[in-house]
Design a protein around this ligand. Structure first.
Ligand SMILES: Nc1ncnc2c1ncn2[C@@H]1O[C@H](COP(=O)(O)OP(=O)(O)OP(=O)(O)O)[C@@H](O)[C@H]1O
Ligand SMILES: [Mg+2]
Length: 499
């Protein structure tokens, strides 16, 4: 039996290292929903979120801000996307999302009921990555503009250009959308929806269409068309429009803005944070829990916000529900999504551990010095732990977490790493793939992680390792084994003693 045969799921199936909320192909979503693991920590977050969310149906509330935090690759985007799919109860591969979750919460019907109840009402979610959707110009009102863009897009207007969106909204309110579009197409010869993004170049068709449908004088239509300041936009106006929209819907209708990467986007920019805070505050007080805002960020709010305490507490008050994802959740995901074994293999692994446990225990005993053991850097706690983690060793999860964090902190590769396709889960998957054809049970040594990391490592480190490899290949006084030792040391180069 080869290593690849011991796993319950195909170890070579493609797993995206990071989840993109704007990726909506059926194939990707199908996998994301089916393979979503409810870890112990996530279960708590589901309970907190849905308790709070459901409560708002009977007790209207202004506390509708949710902040999901966690280090990079901890599953924030995946969590956000799942919440969005559950709340809208979208059909994925012919089955409603909530049915997939019924199975996942098989052992906990009470929590499932919470989720199920939340999906009973008509719900729309506006799910997006703020970094992708916002304009390049990041100024004081950047957050407001992206909220507005996404909201008007949601209504079918052209949110990318607020001047156009507000015009379309006005025409719609006048009940003249059809008429306007026809008039435009007659002049231009092409449909409005196709042409509106090149609005500024279409004056010759827009102006007469406006005159015709809205009864404007040519002078007024021209003046409006040329006016660069025609969009005098405010939070109050946006909230007003959102309110109008929800009031056209059934009583228990819910609208959610679900925004990925807000933390990285606003960063430590006080103006943008205040802009976000004001929007959430206004939506909360005006819409009373009918509109929710769910954001993600790599840092908890208090880490981002280095404002004066009173400003901080105001922002924090807007995001009453804080859900933080930790590394233990990632470990559990790797164990259950990648490393889970076929049931017939388990007795074999158990027997193996029982036979070798004394040896293994002495192999993995980490100490600072004679009597100070490092409590969390360790080997297996017992047979079950072995079966769960094999062919990895528990200390590797903790160490890899530190390696990723440090790589991000140092050098330019850090940013790359967060935008790239890599994360703990893909790192572990790639590493186990490397030994998949071995036909005897073996453990993965730490240097094996080098291959998944090396593109993110600083080039100075890569050079040393490559030089050493060359010397070993040429037999210049270095053995192959030495390369492994060096690699092992160099992956951990940024981790300080005691961290
Ligand atoms: N509960 C889970 N079940 C299954 N897979 C998960 C779970 N949580 C995270 N993953 C997987 O872990 C990887 C990283 O998750 P995700 O992209 O959501 O992290 P993130 O916190 O948004 O990272 P970043 O900070 O880089 O945006 C993805 O491959 C994702 O599918
Ligand atoms: Mg993400």
């Amino acid at each position: 039996m080869t290593i690849k045969d011991i796993f319950h799921y195909d170890i070579n199936r493609k797993i995206d290292g990071v989840v993109k909320v704007d990726q909506i192909q059926e194939l990707a979503i199908g996998q994301e929903v089916r393979e979503y693991v409810i870890t112990k920590e996530l279960k708590k977050h589901f309970i907190t979120f849905f308790n709070h969310y459901n409560e708002a149906f009977s007790n209207p509330t202004a506390d509708m801000g949710v902040w999901i935090s966690g280090f990079f690759g901890s599953g924030k985007s995946h969590f956000l996307k799942m919440l969005s799919y559950i709340l809208e109860n979208k059909v994925v591969d012919g089955q409603k999302t909530v049915e997939y979750f019924r199975e996942k919460f098989e052992d906990d019907p009470a929590t499932f009921m919470l989720i199920d109840n939340a999906t009973r009402n008509e719900t729309e979610t506006i799910l997006f990555n703020i970094d992708i959707e916002s304009s390049i110009k990041k100024d004081k009102t950047a957050v407001l503009r992206v909220f507005a863009k996404m909201f008007y897009n949601h209504l079918g207007f052209f949110g990318d250009n607020l001047k156009v969106a507000l015009l379309e909204q006005y025409i719609e309110r006048e009940g003249k959308t059809e008429e306007f579009r026809k008039a435009f197409e007659a002049k231009k010869g092409k449909p409005w929806v196709e042409q509106r993004k090149a609005f500024a170049f279409n004056g010759q068709a827009v102006v007469p269409a406006l005159m015709e449908t809205l009864g404007l004088s040519e002078e007024d239509a021209q003046a409006w068309f040329r006016d660069k300041n025609a969009v005098d936009f405010s939070i109050a106006q946006l909230v007003e429009d959102i309110k109008e929209y929800i009031s056209s819907k059934p009583k228990n209708f819910r609208l959610l803005f679900m925004i990925d990467e807000v933390g990285q986007y606003v960063g430590t920019d006080t103006d943008m944070l205040l802009n976000l805070q004001s929007i959430v505050e206004k939506l909360g007080s005006e819409c009373q829990g009918k509109v929710w805002v769910v954001c993600t960020g790599q840092e908890a709010l208090d880490k981002i916000i280095k404002l004066r305490t009173d400003e901080f507490s105001r922002i924090q008050a807007r995001f009453k529900t804080m859900l933080s994802l930790s590394s233990s959740s990632v470990d559990e995901v790797i164990q259950k999504r990648i490393l889970i074994k076929k049931s017939e293999v388990i007795p074999e692994l158990e027997a193996l551990y029982d036979k070798k446990s004394a040896e293994i225990r002495s192999l993995f005993s980490f100490k600072y010095d004679e009597n100070q053991a490092m409590m969390d850097i360790k080997g297996y706690t017992g047979t079950n732990d072995f079966v769960k983690n094999y062919p990895f060793v528990p200390y590797q999860f903790i160490l890899m977490q530190k390696v990723y964090t440090e790589i991000r902190r140092h050098g330019n590769a850090g940013k790359n790493l967060s935008n790239g396709e890599r994360s703990m889960i893909s790192g572990f998957q790639e590493t186990v793939q490397k030994i998949q054809n071995d036909d005897e049970f073996s453990l993965i040594p730490f240097y094996r992680f080098y291959d998944t990391l090396h593109s993110s490592l600083d080039s100075s480190i890569r050079l040393v390792v490559e030089r050493c490899q060359k010397a070993a290949d040429a037999g210049d006084g270095i053995e192959q084994y030495d390369v492994k030792v060096l690699t092992n040391v160099y992956i951990k180069i940024y981790i300080k003693r005691g961290e």
